[in-house]
Design a protein around this ligand. Structure first.
Ligand SMILES: NC(=O)c1ccc[n+]([C@@H]2O[C@H](COP(=O)([O-])OP(=O)(O)OC[C@H]3O[C@@H](n4cnc5c(N)ncnc54)[C@H](O)[C@@H]3O)[C@@H](O)[C@H]2O)c1
Length: 348
């Protein structure tokens, strides 16, 4: 093995503890955690202490640490843009930023400009985009994106805490925000947050099945109890249905489907936080079904393997224009859905 790559985590909450640290451990020395920054000093010290890494409460200290080659941004969404930009400016070898990369097109454009100027590669931790089961289907689907007429994403999950607790002893976690469901502005904000926090996992995949989305029109958008949504929109002549429910469900389910008249793609993903192999994709048509996966390598592991290959110059980094367009598409869906639900709630 070549020399280990030093990682610095900006934010060491449940995602760092229950998703990234077990994945890094599984890669067996490819990466070594050198620095943990968290605004909560107890979290920074405890997580770093488990790993023998340095710790701090300021990203400036992390960026000054010469042992850190790669910065992994796992702070809340609103800090992503400034931390990704600071890591690029500090001349680090790559940045892995949790989804969503940013919360506005202006921030996405600023990141693209800094990435072009500094040449620092940026990867976004939307693990489904790296999932070997998804990628194999994508390589085999031929002209399905042009021929498909219906795309459907359905997510039924228990709250994250159930999986976090199965993976590790999480030190602290924020409470779910309380939302006044009688206030149209709050309902619209909840829907926007759910799209940018949850649907965001599948939106880059859906975008790869949509020739364009500049004509996006919402057909139906609503928030479901206790936390969830149903959104239907039309873009480039295709119907896209998005459904999610987070409840104490007995069986998690995460499926993405694309239908053409003579071909169907069905992708079954493992839930977030679960390290149990890749998605399973089935391409059916012409009287046969081709199945891709599961492989032992899940989306998180594939994401980290691609990060290593990018840093070592073995793989081209993701195109920043594509990452920016993912942000544009996600915001187009989130903004239009929130707007629609705001109008419906006010009228009701
Ligand atoms: N890929 C996935 O499957 C997945 C799943 C859930 C969440 N996420 C994403 O991961 C990120 C982190 O999620 P989480 O649930 O751990 O979030 P969290 O809010 O629970 O924890 C983030 C941590 O960052 C710390 N923090 C806050 N401000 C900071 C700052 N300015 N600098 C450094 N640290 C700071 C907090 O103290 C906390 O410990 C989010 O962007 C979220 O959308 C990804």
């Amino acid at each position: 093995m070549q020399s280990t790559l030093g990682i610095g985590f900006a934010g060491a909450g449940p995602v760092t503890q229950a998703i990234h640290l077990p994945t890094v451990a599984r890669l067996g020395g490819e990466f070594t955690v050198r620095h943990v920054t968290d605004v909560d000093p107890a979290v920074a010290a405890t997580v770093a202490g488990r790993l023998g890494a340095s710790h701090s409460t300021s990203i400036d200290v992390l960026l000054d640490d010469p042992h850190v080659d790669v910065v992994v941004v796992c702070s809340p969404h609103r800090f992503h843009a400034e931390q990704v930009i600071a890591a690029c400016r500090a001349g680090k070898r790559a940045v892995l930023c949790e989804k969503p990369l940013v919360m506005s097109v202006a921030e996405a454009d600023a990141i693209a400009a800094v990435s072009a100027e500094t040449g620092v590669p940026i990867l976004v931790g939307a693990m489904h985009t790296f999932d070997p089961g998804w990628r194999a289907a994508q390589a085999a689907w031929g002209d399905l994106p042009a021929r498909s007429h219906t795309i459907r994403s359905s997510i039924v999950l228990p709250p994250n805490a159930r999986f976090e607790d199965l993976a590790t002893e999480v030190l602290s976690r924020p409470a779910l925000p309380s939302v006044d469901r009688s206030d149209p502005e709050m309902v619209a904000g909840l829907l926007h947050a759910l799209v940018m926090g949850l649907t965001i996992h599948d939106l880059p995949l859906i975008r790869s099945l949509l020739p364009r989305y500049d004509d996006l029109r919402i057909v139906d958008a609503r928030v479901l109890e206790p936390y969830g949504y149903r959104i239907v929109f039309v873009a480039s002549g295709k119907v896209v249905e998005l459904h999610a429910v987070l409840s104490q469900t007995w069986e998690p389910d995460w499926v993405l489907e694309a239908y053409a008249d003579d071909q169907v793609l069905q992708v079954e993903f493992t839930p977030s936080y679960v390290h149990a192999g890749s998605a399973v994709s089935t391409l059916s048509g012409g009287g046969e079904a081709r199945v891709f996966g599961p492989t032992a390598c899940n989306g998180y592991e594939a994401e980290w393997r691609e990060l290593a290959a990018v840093v070592r110059g073995e793989t081209a980094p993701p195109k920043i224009e594509e990452l920016v367009d993912d942000v544009r598409f996600a915001l187009a869906v989130a903004d239009a859905a929130a707007d629609s639900v705001r109008k419906t709630e006010v009228a009701a």
